[in-house]
Design a protein around this ligand. Structure first.
Ligand SMILES: [Cu+2]
Length: 410
């Protein structure tokens, strides 16, 4: 009689635990999620969308999106870095997807070719994995079930059987209760977990040709070396839909380019540019190493030749600043009114880039939509002085850049 009571109690506890245990798969959301990587080819920004897979082998779809309507065909090739397998295809901007094939989880490289420009995008195919502690609790539940069934079938729910089942149920309960505090399952194909915080990057900008001329294409290259080992840095995390955000401005601020350089080799980022005005240019790259914070790498280069009209249009801005006279080190809110509904660009409704006149400071703020017709940015600027600002958003199928000046008084 006692044994039966014990068994009933046990079943009740097991039922309670099962009802409490929500499937905790949120930690591996990366597995099966899409990866969006923006790269600037000569024709403009192209966002490559690599769809996630939930198992391998599986077809891996790659599509291309752009704000601009330029028709561009991209050749793509998926290259496994561990097995050497390759699959190729092609895709047009805004039209369908190339279907490649992922044979296994792990590191890959997506080769993307547009005309004579090539980018090699490293990424990982991840599929959900199981955690060992989940196996322990599953095993414990199985044991409870087996013991109860055996006990009932043999008609002998003896004290040792109930005791063993109780112990197994206790293990399952403990694991379930600790579930939120236990490490998440590592998805299959993930990189080994590295120590948090990697060394600072040493960045070096160069141009080809060494002395670019106005109105002619040149390549701006950024070489990234690990501050400790000097080896190429090839572990950039994709943040705001790109491995690197590069802002190139003429010293006077009249010329502004926000581009997403192509990874041409490990630790090497390059982008093709053309500028209309001679003089000194500043380059600021925002990067983020995996498991580390963001970093800003800056450099400068010289452009020769005669001034020409700019091919990249800028619109006038009428920003509203609150407070109207911002103070150094305290927040200022900047409101811009786009001419129409904004579409997300780089995962955000709007971007604001602010550079101190001397180029020492560069800030990047993200806008929030304030009602249907305003974008709002909040940031604080470190010291008094004159700042050059550019608000950027996408609307009506084009990227709009609105430059303005922010005077910080005290
Ligand atoms: Cu960017």
């Amino acid at each position: 009689m006692k044994a039966i009571k014990g068994a009933i109690r046990l079943v009740a506890v097991a039922g309670l635990v099962l009802s409490l245990s929500v499937p905790a798969r949120a930690h591996v959301v990366e597995a099966g999620a899409d990866l969006r990587v923006t790269q600037t080819f000569g024709a403009g920004d192209v966002t490559l969308v690599i769809t996630g897979v939930s198992q391998v082998p599986a077809p891996l779809r790659v599509s291309a999106q752009a704000i601009h309507s330029a028709s561009l065909e991209l050749g793509v090739e998926l290259r496994s870095l561990t097995h050497g397998s390759r699959s190729t295809g092609s895709v047009r901007i805004g039209q369908g997807a190339a279907t490649l094939r992922a044979e296994h989880a792990g590191p890959y490289e997506l080769y993307v070719r547009a005309g004579d420009e090539v980018s090699l995008i490293p990424f990982r195919v991840l599929v959900p994995g199981g955690a060992s502690w989940a196996m322990v609790s599953d095993g414990a539940f199985l044991l409870v079930g087996v013991l109860l069934v055996v006990g009932v079938l043999t008609g002998r729910l003896s004290r040792p059987v109930v005791g063993a089942a109780s112990a197994a149920a206790a293990v399952a309960v403990v694991v379930m209760l600790l579930r939120p505090y236990l490490p998440a399952a590592q998805p299959e194909g993930a990189a080994p977990v590295a120590e948090a915080g990697r060394p600072y990057v040493q960045g070096r900008f160069s141009t080809l040709p060494a002395r670019p001329a106005t109105g002619a294409d040149f390549t701006l290259t950024l070489r990234l070396a690990d501050g400790a080992t000097g080896r190429p840095v090839d572990d950039l995390a994709v943040h705001h839909e790109a491995p690197a955000h590069l802002v190139v401005t003429s010293q006077d601020g009249a010329v502004f380019r926000h581009v997403h350089p192509l990874r041409t080799a490990p630790g090497v980022l390059a982008v093709r540019l053309r500028v209309p005005q001679p003089g000194r240019y500043l380059a600021h790259a925002e990067i983020e190493r995996q498991n580390s914070g963001g970093q800003l790498v800056s450099g400068a280069f010289e452009v020769l030749g005669a001034a020409q009209p700019d091919t990249v249009s800028q619109d006038t801005a009428m920003p509203r600043l609150t407070p109207a006279a911002p103070a150094a080190g305290s927040p200022v809110t900047i409101e811009i009114s786009p001419e129409g509904p904004v579409q997300p660009w780089l995962g955000m409704p709007g971007h604001l880039i602010v550079r101190s006149e001397d180029g020492v400071h560069l800030a990047h703020a993200h806008g929030t939509a304030a009602g249907a017709s305003a974008l709002r940015f909040t940031l604080s600027l470190p010291e008094p002085g004159r700042y050059l600002a550019w608000a950027q958003y996408a609307t009506g199928g084009r990227l709009v850049t609105r430059p303005f000046i922010v005077e910080v008084e005290r």
